[in-house]
Write a protein that binds this ligand. Sequence first.
Ligand code: ATP
Length: 346
Amino acid sequence: MSTVEVKELHKSFDSGRVHAIDGVDLATGEGEYLVLLGPSGCGKTTLLRTIAGLEEPTSGDVLIGGQVVTGLPPRARRIAMVFQSYALYPHKTVQANIVFPLRAEGMPPRERDEKARTAAEMLGIGHLLGRKPRQLSGGERQRVALARALVRDPTVFLLDEPLSNLDAKLRTSARDELKRFQQEIGATTIYVTHDQSEAMGLGDRIAVLSEGRVRQIGAPVEIYDDPADTFVATFIGSPPMNLVPHGDVLVGFRPEHLLPVENVAGERITATLEVQRMEYLSGDRHVYGEVDLGDGPCRVIARLPATVETPIEVGERHDFAVPGGRLRFFDAGSGLRTAPVRLGAR
Ligand code: ATP
């Protein structure tokens, strides 16, 4: 059993002035890849450090494998953590870095060397065991840090933005590698990031955090298609979900669902878009403009795939539409999802 559970967790700093974690409840499945996603300062790192035992919660409990571990030191939790700064020992070889935690535990040399070799082979760095960290690329250093975590046979992996030091291309391949690696060892993994594409690509589920609270937890497709509130709706998706005021609600729709009217069959709502600006991005046309659903003009973005060839010019007014099933409704006051309303004339 290697599930992680957090119950009613609170963590404040500065004598209660900063509520970094403000009542979080969550539970991973066995072997699940759970991503904690949220903007800077939302409490992701604090939550991960509290699970690891590096921070003491102000109140609430952490359970690993069904056992309460609150109060136990990190060592007693069978977890492994990889941070953004890999914190490798610069003067030690890759081999010595990897076996370091095993030395500290007093494992005999032959056994620990064997473990280091297996972990290094698994991560494709078996040929680098004699090098020093400065002789490695960022991606290789990251794999050394992972190998060092792996040799301790953890049942839970806690990863805090481990890819943030890598360039964009390396990040994509490292992300791929990390996912394969996690599937291979099957350890429950909690992964912190503020990068939504990383979260969407890696997570079995994503917990979206803001101001120390979980706004929504669900599979990437759920979070994207059925956001629980306007925070999640606009934090996920690039460009974010459009939100247009209409009486007591905000009408939400994704940019890719707002298309020139002739491209939308079936039940739909239509609106005239005043085209102000256009951008071409990876073959898509991003059309910036304004629509009015009865409460005054509101800025929106439409994302047209290359297959939509309708000519559109900046400065013109063009009829756009959204399929009825793609509309989402939010309470204008609380920002929470609400029941659909009919979009009649107001
Ligand atoms: P980032 O993505 O920028 O790393 P984060 O989501 O990981 O952000 P945390 O590092 O968990 O956020 O911080 C959450 C809040 O708690 C922030 O307001 C931060 O300033 C505060 N905080 C974190 N650690 C401490 C500390 N040791 N003392 C006081 N305040 C802290």
